[in-house]
Ligand binder design. Structure first.
Ligand code: SAH
Ligand code: SF4
Ligand code: F3S
Length: 443
């Protein structure tokens, strides 16, 4: 630091994949700020381009190579341009990326981000690759941005990695073993975010409810304990967390949904399949029945909670009967939101070696599943009409005088909102429902 003079260098980051990558990109931008970079919104003007990649499905991973191909012209026109690949493809493929695309200068895996500033300095003169899994809290060593104001919502990573090894999933390989950050650091970071204007924090982890970080009192803190402590942070109005595994929903976390006012009534709880035969082959370690019982207990604690899920169709050996079990589970749960995917075989995972379902059949199942989920989501949304909800306003809407924000249940809500600015919270009555949003009146 300190050696930079003249205009700042320009950094363009493109983020693929999950919310954790969004958080990581913010932290990498902050860290590279110390190397004299400011973030810009287009690749054309950049001095450095960083692709923060996702490896979860084949399409996501291949997208990186087609995007790199498109950057070739920029690199030819500006030989000093530094191109870096971060994220889960970087972790999975390492130096292979440079072999395939020699214009890439730097490859950095998710557990090595604290080394990014020194890697950036070396890049350009030499190729740099780091995909180690060091034993330290990288975020502690990543520089924070000077106290700049920011929007009303933020992500905060509290746990990373996964020890579950579902048979389809690359995450345990790309993110490594489960690690929880110490509670005191998370609380400090939350306070810092609130001072910069944040009102809502979503706690992130690949298995966020498996969180067990060192507490300030020396003990082991659960996610529920952490949420209760964060509830005491003045100015923080809303807390969410994602993504949870059904087997890590402990009693205290369920209770928190009932008695912690700042914890929002929304839970993303992926089940993947409703067939016990397939769940077993997926190594999910739970059954459809245990999942349904769990949902029941959560709804007893918080009756209006909105449940969201993830589903995979066409997992190896999935039959029509297995698929119908999934539809039946969806009917039983009544999801307010969901993501669904066609199974994608991933190199190095056990399921990739098994007999695959006919792709056309898998496509047809995905369409049937999505039709059902869309109907449910719309019905859950329509049921909000006439109800009073809290809305945290985030930005201007499409029409003048209009603002849009998120309800407690994470629906997008549009309102006529004279005098309202981003970060304001209001009680709102829902008056109508459109395919992906609600309209409301401020009370
Ligand atoms: N850690 C989270 C989510 C991991 S990835 C969890 O445990 O739920 C997000 C979602 O991508 C998964 O829930 C799963 O539905 C989907 N997914 C993961 N691997 C996949 C694969 N190989 N093919 C298709 N979908 C996959
Ligand atoms: Fe992947 Fe399963 Fe771990 Fe989720 S719990 S990250 S789906 S291995
Ligand atoms: Fe993708 Fe890695 Fe997230 S594979 S979904 S970016 S953890």
């Amino acid at each position: 630091m300190g050696e930079q003079t003249g205009d700042p260098k320009k950094l363009y980051i493109r983020t693929y994949g999950c919310q954790m990558n969004v958080y990581d990109s913010e932290r990498m931008a902050e860290a590279l700020g110390g190397n004299g970079y400011v973030e810009v919104a287009s690749a054309d003007e950049a001095d450095m381009i960083l692709l923060n990649t996702c490896h979860i499905r084949e399409k996501a991973a291949e997208k990186v190579y087609s995007d790199l191909g498109r950057l070739k012209g920029l690199k030819a026109a500006k030989p000093d341009l530094k191109i870096g690949v971060a994220g889960c493809v970087a972790q999975a493929e390492g130096a292979e990326i440079i072999a395939r695309q020699p214009m890439v200068d730097l490859v950095v895996g998710p557990q090595s981000y604290h080394r990014l500033p020194e890697m950036e300095r070396a890049a350009g003169t030499t190729k740099v690759v780091d995909t180690d899994f060091p034993e330290e809290d990288k975020f502690e060593r990543l520089k924070r941005r000077p106290k700049a104001q920011r929007g009303p919502t933020a992500f905060l990573t509290v746990q990373e990695g996964c020890d579950k090894f579902c048979a389809f999933c690359v995450v345990p390989y790309t993110r490594g073993a489960e690690v929880s950050r110490p509670a005191a650091r998370i609380i400090d970071e939350a306070r810092d975010l609130v001072e910069r204007g944040v009102r809502e924090i979503t706690l992130l982890g690949q298995n966020v409810n498996a969180y067990h970080g060192a507490g300030p009192d020396g003990g082991d803190w659960s996610l529920a304990r952490l949420i209760r402590a964060l509830s005491d942070v003045d100015g923080l109005e809303r807390i969410r967390f994602t993504t949870s595994h059904p087997n890590d929903m402990d009693d205290d976390l369920i209770a928190a949904h009932g008695d912690c006012a700042k914890l929002m009534p929304y839970l993303h709880l992926p089940v993947q399949s409703g067939s016990d035969r397939i769940l077993k082959r997926m190594n999910r370690q739970h059954t459809a029945e245990s999942y349904l019982r769990l949902i029941e207990r959560i709804r007893t604690a918080r009756p209006d909670i909105l449940i969201s899920g993830d589903f995979i169709v066409g997992f190896p050996e999935e039959t029509e009967a297995d698929f119908r079990d999934t539809l039946a589970l969806i009917e039983a749960v009544n999801y307010g939101h969901a993501f669904s995917f066609k199974y994608s075989p991933r190199p190095g995972t056990p399921a990739a070696e098994r007999a695959q379902v006919d792709p056309a059949e898998a496509d047809a199942r995905l369409q049937r599943l999505q039709a059902l989920l869309t109907r449910q989501q719309r019905a859950v949304q329509d049921a909000m009409i006439g109800r009073e909800v809290g809305v945290l306003f985030e930005k201007a809407g499409r029409e003048t005088g209009q603002m849009v924000g998120k309800s407690d249940h994470l629906h997008s809500v549009f309102c006529e909102a004279p005098g309202i600015v981003p970060g304001d919270m209001r009680r709102v009555r829902i008056v109508s429902s459109a395919p992906n949003s609600l309209a409301g009146e401020i009370l």
